[in-house]
Design a protein. Structure first.
Ligand code: 5GP
Ligand code: MN
Length: 341
């Protein structure tokens, strides 16, 4: 991609000139999506703007503590107001996604809006549905990219505590609290700067990772004990959870977060999949170790995408048929996707 500094004049002019700036994250927002949105929100407020925020759907409970999260308008809860927000904006900044489908129900309004549109993202293969696409897949999180952008855009210190907290949240959630290999020395230098602002890192880690219900822990037990299948010949493990399973354990939004990573801790498993039954389809999460490209697997077979080692998709059928289809395409394509190393 172009050097970030090449965008700085254009971005800073757009931020200055625009009256109504709308920040939008992707559907089913994760910590990086909300963190990116809030980092920009707090920055723009600090330079005297009045930004608004929109999410296509609900925010998971484990992110609701974030400063400003209560100000994010939820499209599916308040469609009329959200449509008005989109219509009156003159600049729309979309963060942490690069495909228009991830706008959910807000897609039509955003795509037909006359506002200038910017994408800031770190996923591979962006679809260019914006005037400016700032895309850097080498970043571990979109908030890392936003930090680097603000370094070149801001003309005075921008790292307030709320901005730092939001950037930190994106970095720790997208790196699995520094477990995945996606972070670099540069990321850690940024984290050092973030900690200098006095953010309470232990409290943030607790709020994100040590704040689950007893029932969520027991659901994890069910998932590992009774719902996990290992396919040793394909170095693959998959877990499925039905709506009945979720209901039996008083499931709340976000409870299955992280389940898909667990089978990767098994020796020999390089590809892990989680199937979760939704109302009209099965939502699927993919994770891998090494070079197995789950983003390609997700886009080829499950209308999805994402990163090399963390992706998602969906399949419009029941659980049994979805798993049968998965096993079939896995068996016939495993060799093509598996590049040891
Ligand atoms: P998760 O498994 O945590 O829901 O998603 C992991 C990553 O996969 C996300 O950060 C996102 O990049 C990508 N992802 C998840 N679901 C979808 C989807 O339905 N479509 C696309 N294009 N990407 C997805
Ligand atoms: Mn991200």
């Amino acid at each position: 991609m172009a050097e970030l500094s090449e965008y700085s004049k254009e971005l800073s002019d757009l931020f200055t000139e625009s009256e109504n700036i709308l920040l939008i994250c992707h559907i089913n927002p994760d910590g990086d999506a909300i963190g990116s949105q809030l980092a920009l929100y707090h920055y723009l407020k600090a330079i005297g703007k009045k930004p608004e925020m929109l999410s296509p759907n609900n925010i998971q409970d484990f992110l609701k503590w974030m400063s400003g999260a209560d100000l994010i308008n939820i499209f599916i809860k308040n469609r009329k107001y959200c449509r008005e927000l989109i219509a009156k904006s003159d600049l729309i900044v979309m963060v942490d996604f690069n495909q228009p489908e991830r706008l959910g129900e807000a897609r039509k309004n955003v795509l037909s809006s006359s506002a200038r549109r910017i994408i800031i993202d770190h996923h591979l293969n962006p679809v260019p549905f914006a005037d400016i696409v700032i895309s850097d897949p080498s970043k571990c999180s979109t908030t890392e990219l936003i930090y680097d952008l603000l370094v070149s855009v801001a003309d005075k210190p921008f790292l307030t505590k709320p901005v730092a907290e939001a950037i930190y949240t994106g970095i720790i959630t997208d790196t699995g609290n520094f477990e995945y290999g996606s972070y670099t020395g540069h990321t850690l230098n940024i984290v050092a700067e973030l900690l200098e602002t006095g953010i309470e890192k232990d409290k943030i880690i607790s709020l994100i990772y040590k704040n689950f219900s007893e029932q969520r822990m027991r659901l994890m037990g069910l998932a590992l004990n009774e719902r996990m299948t290992i396919l040793p010949n394909y170095n693959t493990a998959y877990i499925y959870l039905t709506k009945n399973d979720l209901n039996a354990y008083d499931h709340i939004n976000g409870d299955t977060e992280g389940f898909v990573n667990m089978p990767l801790a098994i020796k020999g498993v390089i590809f892990s999949v989680l199937f979760v039954e939704k109302d009209k389809f099965i939502k699927i999460s993919f994770r891998s170790k090494g070079n197995f490209p789950v983003n390609k697997f997700a886009s080829e077979f499950f209308s999805g995408g994402g990163h090399l080692n963390a992706s998602g998709g969906e399949y419009a059928d029941n659980m049994e048929n979805t798993i049968n289809y998965f096993v079939k395409v896995l068996k016939s394509n495993f060799k093509r996707f598996n590049f040891p190393g």
